[in-house]
Write a protein that binds this ligand. Sequence first.
Ligand code: KG4
Ligand code: ZN
Length: 348
Amino acid sequence: MARQRGIYVDHVILGLETSCDETAVAVVADGSRVLGEAVASSASLQARYGGVVPEVAAREHVAALPALVDAALADAGLSGRDVDAVAVTVGPGLLGSLLVGMAAAKALAVAWRRPLVAVNHLEAHLAANALVGPLVLPALALLVSGGHTGLWLWRADGEWERLGQTRDDAAGEALDKGARLLGLGYPGGPAVEALARTVDGPGGRRLPVARLSGSELDFSFSGLKTALAQGLAQQPEEPARWAWALEEAVVQALVERVAAAHARYPVDRLYVAGGVAANRRLRERLAEWADGAGVTVVVPPPRWCTDNGAMVAAAAALRWNRTGRLPAAPLSVAPDTLLELGRPAGPA
Ligand code: KG4
Ligand code: ZN
């Protein structure tokens, strides 16, 4: 047990996240107290291209990472000596981006003589909820990001049963593509949200929420883009109303599936995670549904919904606390761009 910043802690983990276009570092004590954070995003640079260009993202991670590690440690008032383990996202994500974060994490682990922990990005998103308060399981888990959309029954710490997933685009991807059609920048989710907030409703515009026969807990968002393109061609005036309709369609699809999952698995808690969980309308609508259903809904604050370093450290800490030992990975651990939730990230 070490004394850090006037409090006693069991362990301090440095978390590194570079799977997409955010370069993020955080210092987390005992998996629950975020002592320091630093984040940079190449989103404004990517906006020029209308989406994430992998090579640009990787190059920006290289440029940003050293200063961000220093900044997160300085924010925590600590030095590398105080860090007990270095946790890093090893997948899923963009290969070049993952490689940069992993190379940095390996270098730090070697330099500080500390273990390296390989973290699954999806597990990390859900683990962000452990930064809000102790996990109470079983629960439903909704993960909505730019690369993934799925619903799980979170049976116990480290045990997920997939109930539904997207058949095509992720929820965030649908918002990003819709934003492009609306002439908005990247990332699209926050831009659509901001534009939608300038109007009081869709003014009669409607976008369909796809329902899939045979699997009511799966999602499909790819039809939204076509419907929006057609709608905009017929009714190009007041694009803000289309933004409203787009946000509504995505939110409705998510809330509907959560309600259907809860009808089958009536647990009393819902954990939400991923970049789209930063969306205010989604948060409000889930809270309304949860109120009626007698469910406690937990959503991390927006900065821990989008990609961040704290969730990576939190995921490593959950495993540490669960098993009582550090799940150290060999330095040879490689990125796994297609890693799924529930599959261990590298040898544990
Ligand atoms: O979790 P995340 O940062 O990265 C991935 O793992 O994909 O999620 C990024 C996604 C993007 O599609 C972005 O448009 C969306 O999250 N997003 C939002 C909001 N903030 C980010 N979508 C809706 N409303 C927001 N406020
Ligand atoms: Zn993410």
